[in-house]
Design a protein around this ligand. Structure first.
Ligand code: PLP
Length: 867
């Protein structure tokens, strides 16, 4: 019989156990082992069977057990200690508060400490029991919130609550990916509904074309100190097709996605306003959009500033300046197909009069997302392009990705060299308390992973004897092997195998064999099956009599990507072969729960993307923090931090047009490394069975990479380099909006006058025919500024190494100073530069707009050079 309705009855806990609800209601438990131990002590079996889910644990624990715990003084005292610890964590002063008090929060870029930051993302991966993520983007967002919480950074997360989350993956008998979409009951999730004072659920609404308004309620998850707001359209009053807006992550038509993004961006800002009104939480001064999906938030903020919305009645350009100054945009993909684009006509429909942001002219909205540059498509609305135009500060997620992004988006700043495209980079990081096994933390006894000096923590492993390190690694490998066997058994049961066929699983994988992990989503650029390029060679590596390797593989393919599913099938068929199945396994349903024992259990983490499509990659960082060695193509973060001793670089044949040949070359390099370097080092053990050379690399990995790959390092970088400067600018514009009015008017005036700005003539002296290092070049530049004043511009001497075509490479620039003013808006600017390097040298003079509230030289996109 099927129930016609289903709901969850929450337990009534004895008063002395009330703290259990508090602990379950704050997701800090998910990265705090002592709190997890408290839940395990409530009922160890249930803790396991619920998959470490406190809400479901408390909903199912027997009344007698609760009564026994309530009478157990030891337990009650432990519970109170855990509650006090959480309270101290949430209320105490942390890095952000201390730095703010010292006045040292701002970095070289200046600015001010924001009272709050809104962080928007379509997915958040925080714990396996709140499955609202598909892959790296979501995990990163989760780690960003957790690290912000640990540092005391006042972030508020904004996202959607998907009724099915992402899909659950299983396999058919013949290895084809199967997708199921279990319904998530919000009552069984660690979230609570935001309510009005009347007790009614708080809602937001958005006007939709030709229909009633779209309604959404707001769930709040507590991520340590950080609230995460999640919008949900499953509310009474919405027609069925609106209820489905938050049905699942990354499914459905392009219009479906547009509605989700409208809800996230426009609805997200409205939800923040409601949240502040009801809780007194400060309003964000900075808005950070994690990838282009949330970009519509900028339009809603412009709407708020119009008179129609009861705002200060700014014109579009002025409101745009206010929004831009306080917005940070992070781009996450160098794969053109990964960029979010809509048909222009679809966007027009949703934002025309009476649409989502009334009062904001639709032509201006369309212009923001227009690909109006060389090679662009006029019929398309591009969310990344809008992202750059609505944010004064933008970044990629590793140095290499920053570089690639500057090339990819340079069409938006055609007057500038690629190096000056205003996209910086902040390399991603991972949240150590979530991803590092307790035993690994245990190696550095006495060192405090929470202290500001994380370097000391990671160096502590240096003093631990090799035998102890190796004992811990074996225990972690064994845990992975056991988890993998249990998963294999469940998977084969689902694939229709009889128990009698499954005896082999008890000896699948071996806790003493070199273990290599490969787990990630399965888009084609990640090349899941590169290792299968030469199946016989792989077999020989797996079955080597003295130095075998074993592989643990996992990954989901997007449900609409049959190409990816074929790759999975190819992998599964290889792994099903009785000859090798004890050495290579594909584990279905890669998620946080699988990932947590996987990273620590691996000796080597393999990554072989097509360079440079891996924007950053974070799984290798998680492996490194657990003493795993990376074996990877030099892409993303590994390109930046591989140092020759912390792992291995697979040589990349990028630049080679023949994709097949490239795969052949890179696969063969991978086999060579495994055979000649990785396996021999792993199996070269001393008299105590400890591979000393390997352990040395492991220690070096922890020491060299540990402090860098942390999400706390990443969030500090965001605060110092982006959030604080943005706050400084935003305050200068916002106080009474006079600053914004001025800036918008100044930009209009400068752009109107720019066609008349010219470098007319440049004179130089001080350098004879054969200048030597140390010579000083004196320059006088005669420029015409049309109607502009000298203080509106920066006149620069640009100089550097010159190539054979007289292009200036790696250029530097010095500002020239105003020396004389003539009739008709003409001026002379002078300056010197000393020649510090030998070799070909080139220079030129250029004029750029200058204003204290610009964030980069290229911001207005205009420059004047000598004719
Ligand atoms: C870390 C992680 C990812 C992202 O890994 P990448 O290396 O960035 O591809 C995806 N899924 C899960 C479950 C993870 O833990």
């Amino acid at each position: 019989m099927r129930a016609i309705r289903r709901f969850t009855v929450r337990p009534v806990l004895p008063a002395s156990l009330g703290a259990l609800n508090e602990l379950a209601g704050n997701l800090r438990w998910s990265w705090h082992p002592p709190t997890q131990d408290v839940f395990a002590a409530v009922d160890a079996e249930l803790w396991e069977s619920t998959g470490h889910d406190p809400v479901r644990l408390l909903a199912s624990v027997a009344g007698e057990r609760l009564a026994a715990l309530a009478a157990d003084e030891g337990f009650v005292a432990r519970l109170e200690a855990a509650r006090a610890d959480l309270a101290a964590y949430v209320d105490g002063d942390r890095w952000y508060q201390k730095r703010t008090a010292q006045g040292t929060l701002t970095g070289p870029a200046g600015g001010a400490a924001p009272r709050a930051i809104g962080y928007f993302s379509p997915e958040f991966g925080i714990t396996a029991v709140l499955p609202q993520y598909s892959g790296g983007l979501g995990i990163l967002a989760g780690d960003h919130l957790k690290a912000a919480s640990d540092l005391g950074v006042p972030i508020i997360g904004v996202g959607l609550l998907y009724r099915h989350g992402y899909f659950r993956q299983s396999l058919s008998r013949d290895g084809w990916q199967q997708e199921t979409y279990p319904v998530l009951d919000p009552d069984e999730l660690p979230i609570s509904l935001l309510r009005e004072e009347s007790g009614a659920p708080a809602t937001i609404s958005i006007a939709m074309p030709g229909g009633p308004d779209l309604l959404a309620r707001i769930w709040v998850a507590s991520v340590g100190r950080v609230p995460l707001l999640m919008l949900d359209t499953d509310v009474e009053g919405n027609p069925e097709h609106y209820v489905d807006v938050t049905d699942r992550l990354y499914g459905g038509t392009s219009e479906h996605r547009l509605r989700q993004e409208l809800l996230l961006g426009v609805g997200g800002v409205r939800a923040l306003r409601v949240f502040s009104r009801l809780t007194g939480h400060p309003e964000p001064e900075v808005f950070h959009t994690n990838e282009g999906h949330a970009g519509f938030l900028g339009l809603e903020r412009i709407r708020e500033l119009t008179a129609a919305a009861g705002g200060p009645g700014l014109d579009f350009d002025t409101a745009l300046e206010v929004g831009r100054a306080s917005t940070v945009f992070t781009t996450h993909t160098p794969v053109p197909a990964g960029i979010d684009r809509f048909e222009r006509t679809l966007v027009e429909q949703y934002f025309s009069e009476g649409g989502a942001t009334p009062g904001v002219p639709v032509e201006r909205i369309l212009a923001l997302g227009a690909e109006d540059y060389e090679g662009g498509d006029g019929a398309v609305f591009n969310m990344a392009v809008m992202g750059f135009r609505l944010a004064q500060r933008a970044n990629g997620v590793s140095q290499l990705h920053g570089e690639v992004s500057r090339g990819m988006f340079r069409g938006l700043w055609p007057a500038f060299d690629e190096a000056e495209v205003p996209i910086t980079s902040i390399t991603n990081g991972v949240h150590a308390p979530t991803w590092v096994a307790r035993e690994v933390f245990g190696l550095a006894e006495g060192a405090d992973p929470d202290s500001d000096d994380t370097g000391a923590f990671f160096a502590a492993a240096d003093d631990v004897p090799g035998a102890r390190v190796w004992e811990v690694k074996r225990a972690l490998r064994l845990r992975l092997v056991e988890d993998a066997r249990a998963r294999l058994a469940r998977s084969w049961a689902e694939r229709g195998a009889a128990p009698a066929e499954l005896g082999w699983i008890d000896s699948a994988l071996d806790p003493d064999v070199l273990t290599i992990g490969f787990a990630r989503r399965v888009p084609s650029y990640k090349r899941l099956t590169l290792m299968l390029r030469d199946p016989d060679r792989l077999k020989r590596l797996l079955l080597h009599p003295e130095r075998p390797v074993q592989l643990v593989i996992a990954g989901k393919s997007h449900p609409a990507d049959d190409g990816g599913k074929r790759l999975i099938q190819e992998m599964v068929r290889f792994a099903d072969d009785p000859e090798v199945r004890h050495r290579i396994v594909f584990l279905p349903n890669y998620d946080i729960a699988m990932a947590q024992p996987l990273y620590p259990g691996c000796d080597v983490w393999l990554n072989n993307p097509l360079r440079p499509y891996e924007a950053c990659g974070t799984s290798g960082m998680k492996a490194a923090l657990n003493g795993g060695l990376n074996l990877s193509i030099l892409d993303g973060w590994w390109d930046e931090w591989y140092d020759g001793r912390n792992g291995w670089a697979i040589p990349s044949a990028d630049g080679l047009d023949d994709a097949d040949r490239r795969d052949d070359l890179e696969a063969s390099a991978l086999y060579d490394l495994l055979e000649n370097q990785v396996a021999p080092r792993f199996y070269d053990v001393d008299a105590d069975g400890v591979p000393t050379g390997w352990v040395e690399m492991l220690r070096h990995t922890l020491r060299s990479l540990g402090p860098k790959v942390l999400a706390t390092r990443m969030v500090r970088d965001y605060v110092l380099e982006l959030y604080a400067p943005a706050t400084g600018h935003a305050r200068a514009l916002n106080s009474d909006y006079a600053g914004a009015v001025d800036l918008a008017a100044w930009k209009r005036r400068v752009l109107a006058a720019w066609p008349d700005v010219r470098v007319e003539h440049v004179e130089s002296s001080g350098v004879n025919d054969a200048p030597e290092v140390g010579a000083v070049l004196t320059t006088r530049a005669f420029v015409a500024l049309g109607g502009l004043d000298p203080q509106d511009v920066s006149v620069q001497l640009v100089h550097g190494r010159a190539d054979a075509e007289d292009r200036i490479l790696d250029h530097d620039h010095d500002e020239l100073t105003l020396a004389e003013t003539y009739e008709g808006g003409r001026h002379r600017f002078d300056g010197d530069v000393s020649l510090t390097h030998s070799g070909a040298f080139g220079y030129t003079v250029r004029v750029l707009p200058k204003h204290a509230l610009l964030a980069s030289d290229a911001e207005l996109g205009v420059v004047a050079l000598p004719l």
